[in-house]
Design a protein around this ligand. Structure first.
Ligand SMILES: *[C@@H]1O[C@H](CO)[C@@H](O)[C@H](O)[C@H]1NC(C)=O
Ligand SMILES: *[C@@H]1O[C@H](CO)[C@@H](O)[C@H](O)[C@H]1NC(C)=O
Ligand SMILES: *[C@@H]1O[C@H](CO)[C@@H](O)[C@H](O)[C@H]1NC(C)=O
Ligand SMILES: *[C@@H]1O[C@H](CO)[C@@H](O)[C@H](O)[C@H]1NC(C)=O
Ligand SMILES: *[C@@H]1O[C@H](CO)[C@@H](O)[C@H](O)[C@H]1NC(C)=O
Length: 209
């Protein structure tokens, strides 16, 4: 009697326990915290193939729950970040362009820089557009275009500060200060764009999009 009673109560507690255990394992499987961690690890691994892994991870990990483990989305977010940084730099330089008392020489240097940043913005926009519309028939051709445009954007960004290297006697002191400011911006932009290119280069053609 005693043992039958114990058995019954043990069986009952087991029956009560099973849904509880299922509940626990279920919530662990779909827990947002643990899946976000998985997605962050995916980004960390992917960023490992870039030139500036830490910048890559810092800029993309906030979007982990949107990127999930999707390489195409990863590239889309990387390109968006590069585009955003480039646009920010454009408006910074455009404000500097309005500085009073710039010489003609200063204005030419800044205008050249703005033109180049604009080309970079166009290339990144086209890349983003293509990356958002990849299709199975043309993937290799489309990705080829994206790589070409993003590489060109990196060159354009570098070209912006090319004119800055010469220690020109005609440059005003305000231009010298501006050059430093623009250079700092361009470093961030160029890193971000270079990382986006590395991630695009890493995309696997045979993946279905
Ligand atoms: C990144 O690469 C290094 C060496 O190339 C490796 O030791 C490390 O485990 C990698 N990290 C990730 C998250 O893949
Ligand atoms: C920069 O300033 C010049 C005038 O100093 C102006 O003609 C030019 O349009 C400006 N560039 C941009 C992109 O705003
Ligand atoms: C695939 O992409 C190309 C180039 O963007 C486009 O011309 C073509 O219409 C697309 N095909 C399909 C089926 O979407
Ligand atoms: C620098 O200024 C001098 C005198 O204004 C001018 O002759 C020379 O062409 C300028 N150099 C450049 C690179 O603009
Ligand atoms: C691309 O993916 C296919 C199938 O998953 C695999 O066989 C191939 O090795 C991959 N290529 C690269 C460059 O990762």
């Amino acid at each position: 009697m005693e043992s039958a009673h114990t058995f019954a109560s043990q069986a009952l507690s087991l029956i009560l326990l099973i849904p509880f255990l299922l509940f626990i394992s279920n919530t662990q499987a779909v827990s947002p915290a643990s899946s976000t961690q998985t997605y962050k690890t995916y980004i960390k691994t992917a960023c490992n193939s870039t030139t500036f892994p830490q910048d890559c991870y810092t800029s993309l990990s906030p979007y982990a729950s949107k990127i999930k483990s999707n390489p195409q989305k990863l590239c889309i977010y990387a390109l968006s970040q590069a585009l955003r940084a480039t646009k920010t730099t454009f408006s910074t330089v455009r404000k500097l362009n309005k500085t009073k008392g710039l010489s003609h020489f200063d204005k030419d240097v800044i205008q050249d820089c703005l033109d180049n940043i604009n080309y970079a913005i166009d290339g990144l926009k086209d890349s983003l557009d293509t990356m958002n519309n990849l299709n199975e028939t043309d993937t290799e051709f489309q990705l080829g275009n994206v790589k070409t445009w993003v590489s060109a954007a990196i060159t354009d960004e570098d070209t912006c500060t090319d004119g800055f290297e010469d220690d020109d006697q005609n440059a005003s002191s305000s231009l010298k200060v501006m050059k430093q400011q623009i250079k700092k911006n361009i470093v961030v932009v160029a890193r971000s764009t270079s990382n986006a290119l590395a991630l695009v280069n890493h995309l696997n053609y045979t993946t279905n999009y």
